[in-house]
Structure formats: structure tokens, C-alpha cells
Design a protein around this ligand. Structure first.
Ligand code: FAD
Ligand code: EPU
Length: 345
């Protein structure tokens, strides 16, 4: 465990200037629990962080940030699958690359998603037709107060669209420490999304899917190393079939995606775009030109600039479509996570 200086700028992909009372990098479960207990003893707030690619710091954080760097990847084989046990601090995209290099395909649609492997189950990361739940076998967690460990099956994780048990029952007082993945030996490409549809199912290789996904992502999503952002700022809203029908009557090009439970998922980016908000700025925060669902830091944004912009975007979309967007990004105030919808309502 090492303690660093206290600027959070290198630890959040929005590149916002904020500070913490302390920052510790924990490379083992024991170090993580120790750091957490120290904070408890000092009665200070504590925040676990992977790579900070899904957080918005609203202001300086008054407690200790524990950065998870629990590493290690072990591969075992069964008759029909490869099984990976992955330390929660491993970088997700590097993991995707290494599985392809070593001949275990199945993660290629999830290429280039920033963050740690252990953060992936929290919002059930998803892109280009695949969600983590498709390949997740289990998640290991630790109860920070006493170091006791528990393995949750994929079913127990209660995965849903950008949701899991880790945002509810296990949100406080627990850390994800490892991720178990199951990659089937018989590879079936998922070619349902965008340019992937143009690939030939019978000839395509995992590497080609990977490259196509990387190309599509690079054309729309800003690279956080260049422009601060946290990916999609809002979730795509779920509405009733009746509401979707009414919207379709008014806006015949509106995209929507039927869900298994009968609801319809709308494209928040399309709704924001139809409010002519691409490029719209408030302070140092702006709506990204190539993808309206992404809010960016143009250089010197504050957390409050991003909040003001998010509020304005939510109002404009709400007034035009009567659809009220909810942030996907987790809002962190001085004392810890705070209700993002309440902040921008
Ligand atoms: P962090 O931002 O560090 O943490 C997120 C939350 O999890 C915080 O509340 C934190 O306290 C908590 N947390 C972190 N680690 C632990 C732990 N070990 N135990 C318990 N709680 C923990 N997401 C998608 O689903 N699909 C995409 O296509 C996608 N594209 C993106 C593109 C860009 C350019 C960016 C910047 C983000 C994108 N995201 C996407 C969002 C983001 O990459 C994911 O949410 C990612 O899983 C976050 O990982 P992280 O390690 O950075 O988490
Ligand atoms: N659209 C517009 N204008 C825009 C943006 C989008 O009209 O400015 C339209 C597109 O033309 C398309 C639809 O909206 O018809 C959906 O857009 P896109 O395919 O770009 O995907 P998205 O719904 O905006 C979601 C995820 C992304 C994920 C992509 C690819 C959410 C909140 N976002 O974005 O995940 O990478 O699909 O699967 O579900 C993230 O979660 O951070 C993230 C980037």
C-alpha cells in the first residue's frame, strides 16, 4: 500500500481538479481492508476507486480514496470453456487484449471500455450487443469490516441494464476483489450492432470484431487522455411500450430497442441531439460534438460546471419529450456518493 499526493485529477477520467484528504493504492485484499479500517477509526469518509472512469467529483472529497490495484489473472480449462479468475484491479481493456492474444475469444465486443475488471460487474458494462453478464461466472467480494470473503454467482449479482446488486445491497462496506469469467470454446460472434452487421459471420475472426469495435468507438467517443469525460453521462431511458408508441407517432425516426420485459429503451443521445445540444457549453463543460450522450471537460471545467450542464440537458430533454434522463455516472460529494438524480433535478 502506498500513499500519494492528494490531487484527484490523475484519478478521474473527467480530469476534474478536486482533492482528497488522502489517497492510497491498495494491491492486496488485506491492504484494502486495512486502509478502509483506518478511515473508519478516523471517522472520515472513504471511497473505493478503480480507474475513475465512471465518477464525477462535485467538490473536494473530505476523506480517503482507496485505489484498487489487486492484480493477477489465472486461466483454467474445462471441456467446453476457458475460465478466468481476474484480480479486480486489472485493466479491463488490457484483459480483453490478452484474452484475444492467448486464444480465448468472447470479450471482443467489450473492447476499449475504460476502467478495472473489478468495476465491470458494478454497472454490468455493455457495448455493441454484449453485456458483462453474458460472460460473468462469479464475483468475489470482501466485507471490509472483518475481511470475510464471499463468492456471488452470476445469478446472485442480479445483473440488469447498467445495474447489479453492487449498486444496492453490496454498495457500502464491501469491495469487489475478483471477477470470474467463462469464455465458451465454441466462439459465436455477436454481429448485431452498427458496422459489425457488415461482417461475414462464417469468416469473421475475433480480432476483426475487436478492430471494428475499436474503430467505431474511436470515431464517436472522446479519448479521456485527450479530452476529459466519463463515457455516456446518462443511461438510456426505459419507457413503457405505450409511451414509445406515442413518441414514434410524433418522431418517426426515433430509435428504440424492445426489452424482454416489454419496456422500450430509448437512445438518450438521440433525444439530446434532437434538442440541438451538440457542442452546447456551460462554463468549461460541453456536450460532445460526435456523441451527444457524452459530456466533456473542455479543459478547465469544475464538477459544478458539469452538474449545471447535466441539469440543463435533463430539463431540455424532459420538456421536449417528457422523458427524464438519469445519470449513469456516479456523483461524489465531499462526504461520499450522493444521489445523482437529486443533484440535477
Ligand atoms: P470507477 O469510476 O473507479 O468506480 C465506479 C464506481 O464503482 C464508484 O462508485 C466506485 O466507488 C465503485 N468501485 C470501484 N471499484 C470498486 C471495488 N473494487 N469495489 C466496490 N466498489 C468499487 N461503460 C459501459 O458500460 N459501456 C461502455 O461502452 C463504456 N464506455 C466508456 C467510454 C469512456 C470514454 C469512458 C470514460 C467510460 C465508459 N464507460 C462505459 C464507463 C466506465 O468505463 C465503466 O463504468 C467502468 O466499469 C468503470 O470502471 P472504473 O474502474 O473506472 O470505475
Ligand atoms: N444518436 C444520435 N445522436 C447522438 C448520439 C446518438 O442520433 O449524438 C443516435 C444514434 O444514431 C443511434 C442511437 O442514438 O441511433 C444510439 O447511439 P449509439 O449507438 O452511439 O449508442 P448509445 O446508446 O449512445 C450505448 C451505451 C454506450 C455503448 C454504446 C455501444 C449507454 C448509456 N450507453 O450508447 O456505453 O458504448 O451504446 O453499445 O447505454 C457508457 O455506458 O459509458 C457507454 C459509452
Amino acid at each position: 500500500m502506498s500513499c500519494q499526493n492528494h490531487s484527484l485529477k490523475p484519478w478521474n477520467t473527467f480530469s476534474l481538479e478536486a482533492s482528497a484528504a488522502g489517497i492510497c493504492v491498495a494491491d492486496s485484499v488485506e491492504a484494502l481492508c486495512r486502509a478502509w479500517l483506518q478511515s473508519q477509526q478516523r471517522s472520515e469518509p472513504v471511497l473505493l476507486l478503480g480507474e475513475g472512469s465512471n465518477v464525477l467529483f462535485l467538490e473536494d472529497f473530505q476523506g480517503q480514496v482507496i485505489v484498487n490495484r489487486i492484480m493477477g489473472i489465472e486461466v483454467t480449462e474445462s471441456s467446453d470453456a476457458w475460465h478466468l479468475h481476474v484480480g479486480s484491479g486489472e485493466n479491463w481493456h488490457a484483459l480483453v487484449q490478452s484474452t484475444l492474444r492467448d486464444g480465448y475469444p468472447g470479450l471482443e465486443n467489450l473492447a476499449m471500455i475504460p476502467g478495472c475488471a473489478g468495476s465491470a460487474p458494478i454497472q454490468n458494462i455493455g457495448a455493441y450487443g454484449v453485456e458483462l453478464e453474458k460472460v460473468c461466472e462469479y464475483v468475489d467480494i470482501v466485507r471490509l469490516a472483518d475481511g470475510s470473503r464471499q463468492r456471488l454467482s452470476a445469478e446472485e449479482c442480479r445483473f440488469a441494464y447498467r445495474d447489479s446488486v453492487f449498486k444496492h445491497q453490496y454498495r457500502e462496506g464491501y469491495a469487489l476483489i475478483a471477477l470470474g469469467l467463462r469464455l465458451n470454446k465454441i466462439w459465436q460472434p455477436v454481429l448485431t450492432y452498427g458496422e459489425l452487421r457488415e461482417l461475414d459471420r462464417d469468416r469473421v475472426t475475433p480480432q476483426q470484431v475487436f478492430e471494428t469495435v475499436c474503430r467505431m468507438r474511436s470515431s464517436k467517443l472522446p479519448d479521456p487522455a485527450v479530452t476529459g469525460n466519463a463515457g455516456s453521462f446518462f443511461k438510456n431511458p426505459l419507457v413503457s411500450a405505450e409511451m414509445a408508441r406515442q413518441l414514434k407517432e410524433q418522431y418517426d425516426t426515433i430509435p428504440f430497442y424492445p426489452q424482454e420485459n416489454g419496456e422500450m429503451k430509448l437512445a438518450a443521445g438521440w433525444l439530446i441531439d434532437r434538442c440541438n445540444l451538440k457542442g452546447f457549453r456551460m462554463g468549461g463543460a460541453a456536450v460532445h460534438q460526435q456523441q451527444a450522450l457524452v459530456l466533456i471537460n473542455t479543459g478547465n471545467a469544475t464538477g459544478q460546471d458539469v452538474v449545471a450542464l447535466a441539469r440543463e440537458v435533463r430539463q431540455r430533454v424532459g420538456k421536449k419529450f417528457n422523458v427524464w434522463l438519469e445519470p449513469e455516472v456516479r456523483f461524489i460529494s465531499a462526504q461520499g456518493e450522493t444521489d445523482a438524480v437529486e443533484v440535477i433535478a
